[in-house]
Design a protein around this ligand. Structure first.
Ligand code: 13P
Length: 287
């Protein structure tokens, strides 16, 4: 059931668990995540970056595929179709295309411009029944060619953006996208705690969820994180399972070259990874 992320995140914040955002890249990814969510009776957020949207030939294609798949698979758990790290133009395009949730990443603007643009987009999103995520403080690593440094957000700026009526707030707490470097200092729980004290009931979002030690993820959830974004780990398990299939020569046995067979181990690996994350986040059985 495609819905905005508002209710599922309010429930998660009140219930001290988190909903996973899993990024999608194609049909196999989408099907794996939807089926696992239904099996685990877990709410879920499907993340679509601007790059992934372009890859899938545009946000309209994505919305049509996800909505049709949700219906034909008979998915009953709440599913939000969410733009990840959207630009100002990207948010507008996703509202038009039929997404149920958007993120406006204004973290590259100065705080006044971030506030101005976020204010405008909150109205647009809410007028159309979508939920909206905003960001304060760049999240490090590389996301669609944009490289941030893993900074910690200013809690007072977080409060300013939270007060604009956004439904969820991403704030840098030393997290980065992609694989964490050996010398990573870990999450700043001090910053997270200060942000939660300033923003109260606001569901907080932890980006760069891949590769953060489980204990840190759990602690972040106790400090107000209600949404954890995972992308790289699904990509890694998909690549590993596909490589093993090819290296074992299975594509050369019978009709092992059929894409429906070739992509199956990767599909199953994503399903397993999503299940493990849902258990970690505490969202199993919460739909
Ligand atoms: P990872 O690729 O590090 O899991 O980050 C995902 C993310 O935060 C998407 O916004």
């Amino acid at each position: 059931m495609i819905v905005s992320a508002t209710e599922m995140l309010k429930k998660a914040k009140a219930g001290h668990y988190a909903v996973g955002q899993f990024n999608i890249n194609n049909l196999e990814w989408t099907k794996a995540i939807l089926l696992t969510s239904e099996e685990q009776k877990s709410p879920v957020i499907l993340g679509v970056s601007e790059g992934a949207g372009k890859y899938m030939t545009g946000f309209k294609t994505v919305a049509a595929m996800v909505r049709a798949m949700d219906e034909t698979l008979g998915i009953t758990v709440p599913v939000a179709l969410h733009l990840d790290h959207g630009t100002y133009e990207g948010v507008k395009a996703c509202v038009e295309a039929g997404f149920s949730s958007v993120m406006f990443d204004g973290s590259s603007y100065d705080i006044d411009e971030n506030v101005a643009k976020t204010t405008e987009l909150v109205k647009l999103a809410h007028d159309n029944g979508l939920s909206i995520e905003a960001e304060v403080g760049a999240i490090g690593g590389e996301e669609d060619g944009v490289i941030g440094a893993g900074e910690c957000a200013d809690p007072a700026e977080c409060k300013r953006i939270a007060d604009l009526g956004v439904d969820m707030l991403a704030a840098g707490i030393g997290n980065i996208h992609g694989i964490y470097p050996e010398n990573w200092a870990g999450l700043s729980f001090e910053t997270l705690d200060a942000i939660q004290q300033q923003t109260g009931e606001m569901p907080l979002v932890l980006h760069g969820g891949s590769g953060i030690p489980d204990e840190m993820v759990k602690k972040a959830i106790t400090l107000g994180v209600s949404k954890v974004n995972v992308n790289t780990e699904c990509q890694l398990v998909f690549a590993k399972a596909t490589r093993e299939y090819i290296e074992a020569g299975k594509d050369k046995q019978g009709k092992g070259y059929d894409p429906r067979k070739l992509l199956l181990p990767g599909f199953e690996a994503i399903k397993e990874e999503v299940k493990v994350k849902m258990e970690l986040f505490g969202s199993v059985g919460k739909a």
